[in-house]
Write a protein that binds this ligand. Structure first.
Ligand code: 13P
Ligand code: SF4
Length: 366
Protein backbone atom coordinates (compact mmCIF):
# COMPACT_ATOMS: atom_id res chain seq x y z
CA UNK A 1 0.00 0.00 0.00
CA UNK A 2 2.68 2.44 1.04
CA UNK A 3 4.41 2.70 -2.31
CA UNK A 4 7.55 4.80 -2.45
CA UNK A 5 7.25 8.12 -4.17
CA UNK A 6 9.43 7.71 -7.24
CA UNK A 7 11.60 10.78 -6.76
CA UNK A 8 12.69 10.16 -3.23
CA UNK A 9 15.63 8.50 -1.47
CA UNK A 10 15.01 4.89 -0.52
CA UNK A 11 14.44 5.04 3.19
CA UNK A 12 12.53 7.40 5.44
CA UNK A 13 15.72 8.27 7.33
CA UNK A 14 17.54 9.09 4.06
CA UNK A 15 14.65 11.29 3.15
CA UNK A 16 14.67 13.10 6.47
CA UNK A 17 18.40 13.75 6.11
CA UNK A 18 17.72 15.08 2.64
CA UNK A 19 14.95 17.38 3.91
CA UNK A 20 17.05 18.62 6.79
CA UNK A 21 19.93 19.38 4.47
CA UNK A 22 17.58 21.30 2.25
CA UNK A 23 16.43 23.44 5.15
CA UNK A 24 19.95 23.94 6.51
CA UNK A 25 21.19 25.04 3.09
CA UNK A 26 18.25 27.36 2.78
CA UNK A 27 18.83 28.88 6.23
CA UNK A 28 22.52 29.38 5.47
CA UNK A 29 21.78 31.13 2.17
CA UNK A 30 19.15 33.60 3.33
CA UNK A 31 20.25 36.81 5.02
CA UNK A 32 18.35 37.42 8.23
CA UNK A 33 16.01 40.36 7.72
CA UNK A 34 16.25 42.07 11.04
CA UNK A 35 14.25 45.05 12.12
CA UNK A 36 16.46 46.87 14.54
CA UNK A 37 14.13 48.56 16.92
CA UNK A 38 10.63 49.15 18.17
CA UNK A 39 10.42 52.54 16.43
CA UNK A 40 11.30 51.06 13.04
CA UNK A 41 8.79 48.26 13.59
CA UNK A 42 6.03 50.71 14.43
CA UNK A 43 6.90 52.79 11.36
CA UNK A 44 6.58 49.71 9.11
CA UNK A 45 3.22 48.90 10.67
CA UNK A 46 1.90 52.42 9.99
CA UNK A 47 3.27 52.45 6.45
CA UNK A 48 1.80 49.04 5.64
CA UNK A 49 -1.60 50.00 7.07
CA UNK A 50 -1.60 53.18 4.93
CA UNK A 51 -0.59 51.27 1.78
CA UNK A 52 -3.27 48.62 2.38
CA UNK A 53 -5.86 51.38 2.52
CA UNK A 54 -4.53 53.25 -0.48
CA UNK A 55 -4.39 50.11 -2.64
CA UNK A 56 -7.71 48.66 -1.41
CA UNK A 57 -5.76 45.65 -0.27
CA UNK A 58 -6.61 43.07 2.41
CA UNK A 59 -3.99 41.29 4.50
CA UNK A 60 -4.62 37.58 5.06
CA UNK A 61 -2.18 35.87 7.42
CA UNK A 62 -1.67 32.29 8.56
CA UNK A 63 -1.50 31.38 12.25
CA UNK A 64 2.17 30.41 11.84
CA UNK A 65 3.36 33.85 10.76
CA UNK A 66 5.09 36.34 13.02
CA UNK A 67 2.68 37.75 15.66
CA UNK A 68 3.51 41.21 14.28
CA UNK A 69 1.88 40.24 10.98
CA UNK A 70 -1.05 38.47 12.62
CA UNK A 71 -1.89 41.51 14.74
CA UNK A 72 -1.48 43.81 11.75
CA UNK A 73 -3.94 41.67 9.76
CA UNK A 74 -6.44 41.96 12.59
CA UNK A 75 -5.96 45.70 13.05
CA UNK A 76 -6.39 46.46 9.36
CA UNK A 77 -9.60 44.47 8.83
CA UNK A 78 -7.92 41.43 7.32
CA UNK A 79 -7.90 37.90 8.66
CA UNK A 80 -5.71 35.48 10.59
CA UNK A 81 -6.76 31.93 9.81
CA UNK A 82 -5.99 28.36 8.81
CA UNK A 83 -5.34 27.50 5.18
CA UNK A 84 -8.97 26.60 4.40
CA UNK A 85 -10.41 29.82 5.75
CA UNK A 86 -7.64 31.89 4.16
CA UNK A 87 -8.76 30.51 0.80
CA UNK A 88 -12.45 31.16 1.41
CA UNK A 89 -12.02 34.61 2.93
CA UNK A 90 -9.59 35.69 0.21
CA UNK A 91 -12.14 34.76 -2.43
CA UNK A 92 -15.11 36.45 -0.72
CA UNK A 93 -13.63 39.65 0.71
CA UNK A 94 -13.97 43.06 -0.92
CA UNK A 95 -10.91 44.73 -2.37
CA UNK A 96 -8.66 44.86 -5.41
CA UNK A 97 -5.65 43.22 -3.85
CA UNK A 98 -4.77 40.43 -1.43
CA UNK A 99 -1.55 40.35 0.54
CA UNK A 100 -0.99 36.75 1.61
CA UNK A 101 1.34 36.26 4.58
CA UNK A 102 1.97 32.55 4.48
CA UNK A 103 3.64 30.21 2.03
CA UNK A 104 3.52 29.91 -1.73
CA UNK A 105 0.68 27.42 -2.03
CA UNK A 106 -1.54 29.81 -0.07
CA UNK A 107 -0.72 32.64 -2.48
CA UNK A 108 -1.35 30.41 -5.50
CA UNK A 109 -4.68 29.26 -4.08
CA UNK A 110 -5.72 32.88 -3.51
CA UNK A 111 -4.71 33.69 -7.06
CA UNK A 112 -6.74 30.79 -8.51
CA UNK A 113 -9.85 31.56 -6.44
CA UNK A 114 -9.67 35.33 -6.95
CA UNK A 115 -8.69 35.87 -10.59
CA UNK A 116 -9.79 39.51 -10.45
CA UNK A 117 -7.59 40.41 -7.51
CA UNK A 118 -3.87 41.08 -7.53
CA UNK A 119 -2.17 38.74 -5.07
CA UNK A 120 1.11 39.78 -3.44
CA UNK A 121 3.33 37.88 -1.03
CA UNK A 122 6.10 39.33 1.14
CA UNK A 123 8.55 36.74 -0.20
CA UNK A 124 7.98 34.51 -3.22
CA UNK A 125 10.64 32.07 -1.99
CA UNK A 126 8.45 31.08 0.96
CA UNK A 127 7.48 27.54 0.08
CA UNK A 128 6.76 24.30 1.95
CA UNK A 129 8.65 21.00 2.21
CA UNK A 130 5.51 19.13 1.14
CA UNK A 131 5.17 21.21 -2.02
CA UNK A 132 8.88 20.71 -2.85
CA UNK A 133 8.62 16.94 -2.35
CA UNK A 134 5.74 16.50 -4.77
CA UNK A 135 6.90 17.68 -8.21
CA UNK A 136 4.21 17.55 -10.87
CA UNK A 137 6.04 15.29 -13.36
CA UNK A 138 6.64 12.52 -10.81
CA UNK A 139 3.25 12.94 -9.25
CA UNK A 140 1.43 12.85 -12.54
CA UNK A 141 3.29 9.66 -13.56
CA UNK A 142 2.37 8.11 -10.21
CA UNK A 143 -1.32 8.95 -10.77
CA UNK A 144 -1.16 7.54 -14.30
CA UNK A 145 -0.09 4.20 -12.84
CA UNK A 146 -3.31 4.06 -10.79
CA UNK A 147 -6.11 5.31 -13.05
CA UNK A 148 -8.78 3.58 -10.94
CA UNK A 149 -8.07 5.81 -7.94
CA UNK A 150 -9.51 9.18 -6.97
CA UNK A 151 -6.68 11.70 -6.56
CA UNK A 152 -6.86 13.66 -3.31
CA UNK A 153 -4.15 16.22 -2.64
CA UNK A 154 -3.41 18.30 0.41
CA UNK A 155 -3.59 22.07 -0.11
CA UNK A 156 0.18 22.20 0.56
CA UNK A 157 0.97 21.49 -3.10
CA UNK A 158 1.67 23.46 -6.26
CA UNK A 159 -1.11 24.70 -8.52
CA UNK A 160 0.01 22.14 -11.12
CA UNK A 161 -0.42 19.25 -8.67
CA UNK A 162 -3.85 20.56 -7.72
CA UNK A 163 -4.72 20.71 -11.42
CA UNK A 164 -3.97 16.94 -11.62
CA UNK A 165 -6.25 16.17 -8.66
CA UNK A 166 -9.91 15.31 -8.25
CA UNK A 167 -10.07 16.85 -4.77
CA UNK A 168 -8.05 19.34 -2.76
CA UNK A 169 -8.33 19.12 1.03
CA UNK A 170 -6.88 20.98 3.99
CA UNK A 171 -6.37 19.43 7.40
CA UNK A 172 -9.62 21.09 8.58
CA UNK A 173 -11.73 19.08 6.18
CA UNK A 174 -9.66 16.10 5.02
CA UNK A 175 -11.30 13.54 7.32
CA UNK A 176 -14.81 14.44 6.21
CA UNK A 177 -13.97 14.44 2.51
CA UNK A 178 -12.14 11.10 2.62
CA UNK A 179 -14.99 9.58 4.64
CA UNK A 180 -17.40 10.84 1.97
CA UNK A 181 -15.30 9.24 -0.80
CA UNK A 182 -15.00 5.99 1.12
CA UNK A 183 -18.78 5.77 1.50
CA UNK A 184 -19.00 6.18 -2.29
CA UNK A 185 -16.66 3.17 -2.62
CA UNK A 186 -13.77 5.18 -4.08
CA UNK A 187 -10.15 4.13 -3.71
CA UNK A 188 -7.76 7.01 -3.14
CA UNK A 189 -4.33 8.31 -4.04
CA UNK A 190 -3.24 10.62 -1.24
CA UNK A 191 -0.41 13.17 -1.48
CA UNK A 192 1.88 14.48 -0.23
CA UNK A 193 1.90 14.23 3.62
CA UNK A 194 2.23 10.61 4.69
CA UNK A 195 1.54 11.29 8.38
CA UNK A 196 -1.71 13.11 7.71
CA UNK A 197 -2.55 10.43 5.13
CA UNK A 198 -1.94 7.58 7.57
CA UNK A 199 -3.95 9.35 10.27
CA UNK A 200 -6.93 9.72 7.93
CA UNK A 201 -6.53 6.15 6.69
CA UNK A 202 -6.71 4.87 10.27
CA UNK A 203 -9.67 7.06 11.17
CA UNK A 204 -11.76 6.29 8.09
CA UNK A 205 -10.55 2.84 7.01
CA UNK A 206 -10.38 4.17 3.43
CA UNK A 207 -8.21 2.45 0.83
CA UNK A 208 -5.44 5.05 0.40
CA UNK A 209 -2.19 4.87 -1.50
CA UNK A 210 0.16 7.30 0.25
CA UNK A 211 2.80 9.55 -1.32
CA UNK A 212 5.91 9.47 0.84
CA UNK A 213 6.77 12.89 2.16
CA UNK A 214 6.45 14.88 5.35
CA UNK A 215 6.54 18.35 6.82
CA UNK A 216 10.08 19.05 8.03
CA UNK A 217 8.72 21.02 10.99
CA UNK A 218 6.16 18.56 12.34
CA UNK A 219 8.34 15.54 11.71
CA UNK A 220 10.72 16.81 14.38
CA UNK A 221 8.24 16.29 17.22
CA UNK A 222 9.29 13.26 19.25
CA UNK A 223 7.06 10.88 21.22
CA UNK A 224 9.73 10.09 23.82
CA UNK A 225 10.26 13.76 24.69
CA UNK A 226 6.53 14.30 24.74
CA UNK A 227 6.02 11.49 27.27
CA UNK A 228 8.80 12.96 29.45
CA UNK A 229 7.11 16.35 29.27
CA UNK A 230 3.72 14.88 30.13
CA UNK A 231 5.31 13.44 33.27
CA UNK A 232 6.40 16.96 34.25
CA UNK A 233 2.97 18.45 33.47
CA UNK A 234 0.56 15.61 34.34
CA UNK A 235 -2.54 17.78 34.01
CA UNK A 236 -1.64 19.22 30.62
CA UNK A 237 -3.47 18.18 27.46
CA UNK A 238 -1.50 17.51 24.29
CA UNK A 239 -2.63 19.24 21.10
CA UNK A 240 -1.05 18.01 17.83
CA UNK A 241 -1.33 18.89 14.17
CA UNK A 242 -1.87 15.71 12.08
CA UNK A 243 1.32 16.35 10.09
CA UNK A 244 3.13 15.04 13.20
CA UNK A 245 4.39 11.42 13.24
CA UNK A 246 1.91 8.71 14.27
CA UNK A 247 3.82 8.03 17.52
CA UNK A 248 3.13 11.66 18.54
CA UNK A 249 -0.50 11.56 17.39
CA UNK A 250 -1.03 8.42 19.48
CA UNK A 251 -0.19 10.40 22.62
CA UNK A 252 -2.16 13.52 21.68
CA UNK A 253 -5.47 14.33 23.36
CA UNK A 254 -6.59 16.42 20.38
CA UNK A 255 -5.44 16.04 16.77
CA UNK A 256 -6.56 18.76 14.39
CA UNK A 257 -5.88 21.58 11.99
CA UNK A 258 -4.56 24.87 13.32
CA UNK A 259 -8.06 26.30 13.83
CA UNK A 260 -9.26 23.07 15.48
CA UNK A 261 -6.32 23.15 17.91
CA UNK A 262 -7.04 26.76 18.81
CA UNK A 263 -10.69 25.88 19.41
CA UNK A 264 -9.67 22.98 21.66
CA UNK A 265 -7.30 25.21 23.62
CA UNK A 266 -10.18 27.59 24.31
CA UNK A 267 -12.88 25.02 25.04
CA UNK A 268 -11.09 22.38 27.11
CA UNK A 269 -11.16 23.04 30.85
CA UNK A 270 -7.43 22.39 31.40
CA UNK A 271 -5.14 25.37 31.98
CA UNK A 272 -1.94 23.93 30.47
CA UNK A 273 -1.37 22.61 26.94
CA UNK A 274 1.61 21.00 25.24
CA UNK A 275 1.36 21.96 21.59
CA UNK A 276 2.89 20.02 18.69
CA UNK A 277 2.76 22.50 15.85
CA UNK A 278 4.46 25.73 14.75
CA UNK A 279 4.75 28.08 17.71
CA UNK A 280 3.36 31.01 15.71
CA UNK A 281 -0.01 29.58 16.77
CA UNK A 282 0.68 30.63 20.36
CA UNK A 283 -0.17 34.23 19.48
CA UNK A 284 -3.81 33.35 18.78
CA UNK A 285 -4.06 30.75 21.57
CA UNK A 286 -2.75 33.20 24.13
CA UNK A 287 -4.97 35.99 22.80
CA UNK A 288 -8.13 33.86 23.10
CA UNK A 289 -7.15 32.12 26.34
CA UNK A 290 -4.87 34.58 28.18
CA UNK A 291 -5.16 32.76 31.49
CA UNK A 292 -3.84 29.47 30.07
CA UNK A 293 -0.28 28.22 29.58
CA UNK A 294 0.98 26.88 26.26
CA UNK A 295 4.20 24.91 26.00
CA UNK A 296 5.89 23.92 22.77
CA UNK A 297 6.17 20.14 22.36
CA UNK A 298 9.72 18.74 22.46
CA UNK A 299 11.56 18.24 19.21
CA UNK A 300 14.82 16.56 18.19
CA UNK A 301 16.15 15.72 21.65
CA UNK A 302 17.63 17.13 24.82
CA UNK A 303 20.94 18.26 23.35
CA UNK A 304 19.79 19.02 19.85
CA UNK A 305 19.99 22.44 18.36
CA UNK A 306 17.43 22.95 15.67
CA UNK A 307 16.73 26.26 13.97
CA UNK A 308 13.55 25.11 12.31
CA UNK A 309 12.02 23.10 15.15
CA UNK A 310 8.42 24.09 15.82
CA UNK A 311 9.05 27.08 13.59
CA UNK A 312 8.53 26.84 9.85
CA UNK A 313 11.48 28.52 8.11
CA UNK A 314 9.34 29.46 5.13
CA UNK A 315 6.57 31.01 7.20
CA UNK A 316 9.37 32.92 8.92
CA UNK A 317 10.27 34.64 5.64
CA UNK A 318 7.19 36.84 6.02
CA UNK A 319 8.60 39.98 7.63
CA UNK A 320 7.19 43.49 8.07
CA UNK A 321 10.03 44.85 5.94
CA UNK A 322 9.40 42.43 3.06
CA UNK A 323 5.68 43.10 3.21
CA UNK A 324 6.22 46.86 3.12
CA UNK A 325 8.52 46.63 0.10
CA UNK A 326 6.17 44.33 -1.77
CA UNK A 327 3.17 46.61 -1.16
CA UNK A 328 5.08 49.82 -1.91
CA UNK A 329 6.50 48.51 -5.20
CA UNK A 330 3.69 46.14 -6.20
CA UNK A 331 6.40 43.48 -6.36
CA UNK A 332 6.22 39.76 -5.56
CA UNK A 333 2.96 39.28 -7.38
CA UNK A 334 1.88 35.64 -7.49
CA UNK A 335 0.62 34.42 -10.83
CA UNK A 336 -0.59 31.02 -11.98
CA UNK A 337 -0.68 29.90 -15.61
CA UNK A 338 -4.36 30.43 -16.64
CA UNK A 339 -4.70 26.91 -18.09
CA UNK A 340 -3.41 25.37 -14.84
CA UNK A 341 -5.55 27.73 -12.75
CA UNK A 342 -8.67 26.69 -14.67
CA UNK A 343 -8.03 23.01 -13.95
CA UNK A 344 -6.95 23.56 -10.32
CA UNK A 345 -10.12 25.57 -9.69
CA UNK A 346 -12.25 22.41 -10.09
CA UNK A 347 -10.92 20.41 -7.08
CA UNK A 348 -10.54 23.59 -5.02
CA UNK A 349 -14.15 24.57 -5.69
CA UNK A 350 -15.22 21.00 -4.82
CA UNK A 351 -13.58 21.39 -1.42
CA UNK A 352 -15.20 24.78 -0.76
CA UNK A 353 -18.61 23.54 -1.91
CA UNK A 354 -18.26 20.48 0.32
CA UNK A 355 -17.36 22.70 3.29
CA UNK A 356 -20.34 24.96 2.60
CA UNK A 357 -22.78 22.05 2.14
CA UNK A 358 -21.64 20.40 5.33
CA UNK A 359 -21.87 23.75 7.09
CA UNK A 360 -18.39 23.22 8.39
CA UNK A 361 -16.99 25.57 10.95
CA UNK A 362 -14.26 27.10 8.85
CA UNK A 363 -14.07 30.47 10.57
CA UNK A 364 -10.52 31.56 11.08
CA UNK A 365 -11.09 33.41 14.32
CA UNK A 366 -11.59 30.08 16.07
P1 13P B 1 -3.69 24.34 8.45
O1 13P B 1 -4.45 24.00 7.23
O2 13P B 1 -4.10 23.53 9.64
O3 13P B 1 -3.71 25.81 8.69
O4 13P B 1 -2.15 23.91 8.23
C1 13P B 1 -1.37 24.40 7.20
C2 13P B 1 0.01 23.97 7.38
O5 13P B 1 0.86 24.29 6.56
C3 13P B 1 0.36 23.15 8.52
O6 13P B 1 1.73 22.93 8.58
FE1 SF4 C 1 4.83 23.31 4.96
FE2 SF4 C 1 5.39 22.30 7.32
FE3 SF4 C 1 5.82 24.88 6.85
FE4 SF4 C 1 3.29 23.92 7.06
S1 SF4 C 1 4.85 24.00 8.67
S2 SF4 C 1 4.06 25.35 5.52
S3 SF4 C 1 3.55 21.91 6.10
S4 SF4 C 1 6.88 23.16 5.88
Amino acid sequence: MNEQAPNFPDSASDRLVSDNLLVRNYLASVPVKKITGEAEQQQYRRDIAALLKEKKAVLVAHYYTDPELQSLAEETGGLVADSLEMARFGRDCEGDMLVVAGVRFMGETACILSPNKTVLMPDLEATCSLDIACPIEKFSAFCDQHPDRTVVVYANTSAAVKARADWVVTSSIALEIVEHLKVRGEKIIWAPDKHLGRYIQEKTGADMLLWDSACIVHEEFKAKGLLDMKAIYPNAKVLAHPESPSSVLAIADVVGSTSQLIKAACELPQDTFIVATDQGIFYKMQQLAPEKTFIVAPTAGNDASCRSCASCPWMGMNSLQAMYQSLRDGSNQITVDPAIAKKAMIPLQRMLDFAAQHRMQVKGKA
